[in-house]
Design a protein around this ligand. Sequence first.
Ligand code: SF4
Ligand code: SF4
Length: 244
Amino acid sequence: MRLVNTVPVLDEAKCIGCVICSSVCPTLAWSVDRKTRLAVLQEALCFGCVNCESRCPTYAIRMVPRKSERWLYVDPGQVDYAKVEALCRSARLHPEQIICFCTSSRAEEAAAAILTGSRTPEEISTRTGIRSGCTVECSQPLLRLLEAAGIPFQPALDGKGWQIYGTVPTVWDIPAAVKQKYAGRGFHFDADAVLMEEVAAGPTQTAGMHDCACRDRAPSVRGISGAPRPCGPQTKAGDARGGL
Ligand code: SF4
Ligand code: SF4
């Protein structure tokens, strides 16, 4: 979940068409016009991460307050939660596991975005706000969820593909020879894999329910339909957040 309350503005006199802004924007909101050599913003895609402002070499971009704020959130409660859970566990993630610490977004929210039509990391980001902070930690869980959903990775080539480098090896990918080589140096790949699988397979506590703290902060996100959804008796503000 993310509150988007700023938007970039361009000083055309300073723009040199270097495409750095379009290269660092997690949602592909910037492009550079081939004729004018000026950056062009699709404002609806921007979630206010400030990457472009901080990387523009000529200081042509400045973040300003939005005229109207908007919340980004996909409610897992709108989807059959058994499907949300199955997708998360298939990606070896616990549904209530925080996968984006900058926005306190859980795996279940990203899974719900995929199950309701998102097919790329950029589409998930635009709807959830995931990748609007450090833009690093959440990348791998997103790719694992997309892969688990049967959506193949699209490498960024010739201006196309996903705005993300690709997957990195996990404890499940370490070759036997590497495990053997480092076994005596304090690495415990197999034990780590068992522990991670136990974590991912653990029971859920607030499955498909709204988190009270979120609801208080963003009453407009009470379900995509707009109808308020009650919190369950076992739901407490902040529980299950950052716990895994
Ligand atoms: S990074 Fe700055 S100078 Fe480069 S294209 Fe974008 S706005 Fe223009
Ligand atoms: S603030 Fe972030 S999301 Fe918005 S245009 Fe800049 S890089 Fe893209």
